[in-house]
Design a protein around this ligand. Sequence first.
Ligand code: NAP
Length: 330
Amino acid sequence: MKYSTIIIGSGPAGYTAALYTGRAGMKPLMIDGGIGRGQELLGAGGQLMITTEVENYPGFVHGIQGPELMQIMREQALRFDVEVVEDIANQVDMSQRPFKVWVGDASYESDTLIIATGASAKWIGLPEEKPAHEGGLGGKGVSACATCDGFFFRGREVAVVGGGDTAMEEAVYLTNHASKVTVIHRRDTLRASKIMQKRAMDNQKIHFVWDSVVERIHDPAEGCVTALTLRNLKSGATSVLPVQGLFVAIGHKPNTDLFRGQLDLDETGYIVTHHDVRTSVCGVFACGDVQDSEYRQAISAAGSGCMAAIQAERFLEAEKAGDTSVHGSW
Ligand code: NAP
């Protein structure tokens, strides 16, 4: 069966693209990512499924839980003739139109593609980082997003792991809320740009622990973060740092393995877009975190999902009207 558009991924970008293409009568097919398997494979709903309180998504005066927000987005999108395959796309052929997407042995064809597969935060790999329902402290003091969760640490002491720009940015941002921010870095020099290093080093609230890694997060038994066990990689010595929050900022990985070799990706693996959401392949659009390493917010992802849907609709309308200039202007 051939669709006018297939949306791969179901975070805020994917659901918004589904909502708009569905309302436009395009009868989209969404491949939603299926059931998540924790932080390694997020599944339907994406990163917000492992977030707790979301206070910065407009429209929710008192905030909303991440999974609830995604459930609402899903229900709203599915009001409008959106077909859903509850699984993972495991192969894509963009070499010619119609494009082809495989889910297991089943294949689907479409005139346009909207890629909204998102990104995943990289984690240290400690069991305590897992979400609360898996016995960890993820969403209960352990976070990968200071903009999302920093507010909950007003007047408290927190730690940030990482030595790149993201870690410096998160640390500086957290000083708006926390009383003390300790950056834990595995080497004795930062990877971050000079300007970000200076901003962090000049901030009186930020302290650094060098050559060290987090070995353990306390205390899942209490259901909250109370301290970290650190290990100095040079001396081997361990120490305990009392904190109420841990922000892991060791990078994000865009979920683009499926498209490698078919679409232009930047050096860190993000899909390169022009005209906001157009990829290097005519008729293929990308929205949300898979093409955005800068903002990475639910609202900006939703906004770009809207743009991808509108551009896909206009692209198909122009083709239908015999206007081939859409190909030239790509
Ligand atoms: P990044 O540059 O790859 O830095 C990751 C940091 O985490 C590095 O310091 C790395 O240590 C550390 N790290 C990696 N794996 C680790 C592990 N398992 N345990 C402990 N530490 C670990 O990632 P990023 O900071 O997210 O930045 C990604 C890109 O976005 C960069 O190009 C960056 O410049 C850009 N960015 C720019 C801005 C800005 O300009 N405002 C803001 C954010 C990000 P090592 O240094 O030892 O490798």
